[in-house]
Design a protein around this ligand. Structure first.
Ligand SMILES: Nc1ncnc2c1ncn2[C@@H]1O[C@H](COP(=O)(O)OP(=O)(O)OP(=O)(O)O)[C@@H](O)[C@H]1O
Ligand SMILES: [Mg+2]
Length: 261
């Protein structure tokens, strides 16, 4: 069974000023346990595509299948993490946030607490189970969001620039942590970023989109052993090549607050 199939997906937004293309004729498949990063210029349609896979948006043409089943709205087979820190429930503790999906599934309290604690351990927040979101840093809140997305054991994890609002050092820590979490859980991950170093650090394959109206222009496997060294020559070569495809020159990368450098 192919975990994710995206077949000729297009989406158009209706606005008072007319229709705006969101994403155009995108096709790709992802194997089980693969980590895919989608990169592309701002406004090209990365979030639109991710929201289609999540089932929050309905493609105007084409279809998406998760484990062979056509996507029709959001389902518990997909966990989603966004950029915004405000995605957590402010009135629930870290434990309460993480156990939310299990509550919806009707899992009993002892089992919920056990699973939620285990997920919080995975993101190294076992000491903060009783903390409320406003007492946690941005990086910690994003870790709770990851734990929450994983708690009901989805087969697919969808992430839209989850670390983009964090400072560069915290982001580096979070990338390492996510690489560890992925190694332990082996979820199929689709991760949107416009940080090329982040993509080379995390991904098995990087999908590059064209500028708006975005479609796929390149599918680049990253054949580097893990854990990856962002200062290695091979790493920098990948980064340079991807930046070239995105129309940046390598000198611009420093200003992007890139990973581990
Ligand atoms: N709700 C909306 N209504 C109308 N147009 C929209 C809406 N959301 C996105 N768009 C348009 O669709 C296109 C793709 O937007 P999208 O947010 O998917 O891009 P993106 O690649 O995620 O950008 P960024 O890197 O800035 O997050 C853009 O041109 C945008 O203006
Ligand atoms: Mg976006």
């Amino acid at each position: 069974m192919v975990p994710i199939e995206v077949n000729d997906v297009s989406l158009v937004y209706d606005t008072p000023a007319g229709t705006v293309p969101g994403v155009k004729d995108v096709s790709f498949t992802i194997d089980a346990s693969q980590f895919i990063c989608i990169v592309g210029p701002s406004g090209c349609g990365k979030s639109t595509l991710l929201n289609c896979i999540a089932g929050f948006l309905n493609p105007a043409a084409g279809e998406i299948r998760i484990d062979g089943k056509k996507v029709d709205g959001h389902g518990m087979d997909r966990g989603v993490v966004f950029q915004d820190f405000a995605q957590l429930f402010p009135w629930r503790t870290a434990l309460g946030n993480v156990s939310f999906g299990l509550e919806m599934k009707g899992v009993d309290r002892d089992e919920r607490d056990k699973v939620a604690r285990e997920q919080l351990r995975l993101v190294k927040l076992e000491k903060f189970v009783d903390a409320y979101p406003h007492h946690l840093s941005g990086g910690m809140q994003q870790r709770v969001a990851i734990a929450r997305a994983l708690a009901y054991n989805p087969s697919v994890l969808l992430m839209d620039e989850p670390f983009a609002a964090l400072d560069a050092l915290t982001r580096d820590d979070m990338q390492r942590l996510l690489a560890d979490v992925w190694r332990e859980t082996r979820k199929t991950v689709v991760y949107v970023t416009h940080n090329v170093a982040e993509a080379v650090y995390l991904a098995d394959r990087v999908l590059v989109m064209t500028p708006h109206p975005g479609t796929l222009k390149l599918d680049m496997p990253i054949a580097l052993p893990r854990p990856r060294d962002p200062l290695s020559v091979e790493f920098l070569e990948y980064q340079k090549e991807l930046l070239g495809h995105l129309g940046h020159n390598a000198a611009d990368q420093k200003t992007n607050g890139n990973a581990h450098s």
